[in-house]
Design a protein around this ligand. Structure first.
Ligand SMILES: NC(=O)c1ccc[n+]([C@@H]2O[C@H](COP(=O)([O-])OP(=O)(O)OC[C@H]3O[C@@H](n4cnc5c(N)ncnc54)[C@H](O)[C@@H]3O)[C@@H](O)[C@H]2O)c1
Length: 437
């Protein structure tokens, strides 16, 4: 028995029913569907997937929540042009995220993309231009920005506890060797046919591309601490790839001799290290690490300022003149002290949701932005900037050059003010500040 939730969490409350469609109801899409289905001011009116069995499962999920049966589609273009929707959530495999968001905005809908890399710089520009031309918003559902710890650290950074920010580190470090190697056959393009259970959509990207393929979980929270696109911006990017040895080695040890993956010539280096520089003088390093042994799944967040540092992997903080001299302190003391208002209210409301609550918070901010017609806190400029790291790092690795980082805001970063994580009156003021659109 599921209970539909009343939403009263300050700053993420909406006051109208928002009708949504979801394209891609696989693992992630189903989890997002469940979160939305539990919100009393959201109606999932349409679902789209290439696979009928996934549409059946989505419909069944909505029945569990006593919601009406959704309209079912196997074609995203048809859904966005026909269904009566306010917005669309895109949780397909990576290649479709930007093209589908563009189609949604062209059809007069708001778009929310789950995370992934851009396939080219051109599509990032097209995403931004479409949002400007259609006046429709596009949000990246980067749930890591809404995790409790990075939100507390954002509060600490804004309060000056860490001093003047100088450097950040982050990454996506997750052993995906079994999944990446599970791809079979020769036609691995995910758009071609419904995926089989043993075909993992990310594999073709690792086969053909050499760059940071999953930058946004890492860079998102760090970019928000650094006020990227709102007072600061990335100005250059350099990137380096180690050799590609992990997937081949794993395949040699685990795949049968006649398995087609034994012949794949993987392009993607096992460790990709990217360095970004910022207009305000900071640096940010990103590590992409998914094809070597490692026991945990880490984003490797680290924020360094003139007065202190937070290191997520050690769960530790060191602040000049506050704790014991030259000794780490448990991060939780500070995470608790500087806990973000969104989190305090979220916990008080007793809501449970995926990824420790960050999935709920990121979806609520999309729903609220639609309902109140305000700019989402992770907007089209953030989406283009963070997703562009993938093709830019491919370019930097291929040429050995440091590449200039495009300014998707066209100079508006100079005057735009940070909105992420703000609540109350200041947020209301800034969220409706819309010089960019
Ligand atoms: N934010 C997070 O924490 C998080 C976690 C996991 C995955 N993801 C992202 O979610 C996305 C989906 O991942 P997943 O694990 O659910 O994959 P999945 O393979 O389980 O689901 C993808 C679904 O998209 C459908 N699909 C593919 N092409 C389509 C098309 N052209 N039209 C309609 N439907 C199409 C597939 O049939 C499938 O059902 C990925 O982009 C991934 O990066 C995000």
């Amino acid at each position: 028995m599921f209970i539909r939730l009343t939403h009263s969490v300050n700053g993420i409350m909406s006051d109208a029913t928002v009708t949504l469609g979801i394209t891609g109801v696989g693992h992630r899409g189903t989890s997002l569907l469940r979160n939305c289905a539990a919100m009393e001011d959201v109606r999932i009116r349409a679902v789209c997937d290439l696979q009928e069995r996934r549409l059946d499962a989505a419909q069944h999920t909505l029945e569990e929540f006593q919601q009406p049966a959704p309209d079912r589609y196997t074609d995203h273009s048809q859904m966005v042009s026909e269904a009566d929707l306010d917005g669309v959530i895109i949780a397909t495999s990576w290649r479709q995220h930007i093209p589908f968001a563009i189609e949604a905005m062209e059809a007069g809908l708001w778009a929310a993309m789950d995370v992934g890399p851009a396939s080219s710089l051109e599509e990032c520009w097209e995403l931004v231009q479409t949002s400007q031309e259609t006046s429709q918003q596009c949000m990246l559902l980067e749930n890591c920005c809404f995790r409790r710890e990075p939100l507390s650290v954002l509060n600490m950074a804004r309060d000056g506890v860490l001093g003047d920010l100088v450097h950040t580190e982050c990454g996506y470090c997750h052993d995906l060797r079994p999944r990446l190697n599970a791809t079979i056959g020769t036609s691995r393009e995910e758009t071609s046919i419904p995926m089989k259970n043993d075909r993992y959509y990310r594999s073709i990207h690792h086969e053909k591309r050499n760059g940071d393929l999953y930058p946004t979980h890492g860079v998102g929270p760090m970019a928000k601490c650094l006020d990227i696109n709102q007072g600061n911006r990335f100005v250059s990017l350099s990137s380096h790839a180690s050799k590609a040895a992990g997937l081949r080695d794993w395949g040699d040890r685990h795949l049968p001799d006649d398995h087609p993956n034994r012949d794949i010539d993987w392009s993607h280096g096992d460790i990709i290290t990217t360095v970004l520089t910022c207009a305000n003088g900071q640096t940010c390093t990103i590590t992409h690490d998914v094809s070597l042994p490692r026991p945990d799944n880490s984003k490797r967040y680290c924020v360094r300022g003139t007065r202190g540092m937070w290191q997520d992997e050690r769960d530790s903080i060191y602040i000049d003149d506050r704790g014991p001299d030259h000794e780490w302190e448990p991060a939780e003391t500070y995470i608790d002290e500087y806990e973000h208002e969104l989190w305090r209210e979220y916990r008080n409301a007793g809501i449970e949701a995926g990824h420790g609550g960050s999935d709920y918070l990121v979806l609520r901010s999309f729903v609220r932005s639609i309902a109140q017609d305000v700019r989402p806190p992770i907007d089209v400029y953030d989406a283009a900037t963070w997703m562009a790291i993938a093709p830019l790092s491919e370019d930097a690795i291929a040429t050995g050059d440091t590449v200039a980082f495009p300014d998707f805001t066209d100079g508006n970063w100079l005057t735009d003010e940070p909105i992420f994580g703000l609540t109350g009156e200041v947020a209301e003021d800034r969220l409706s500040f819309s010089t960019l659109l």
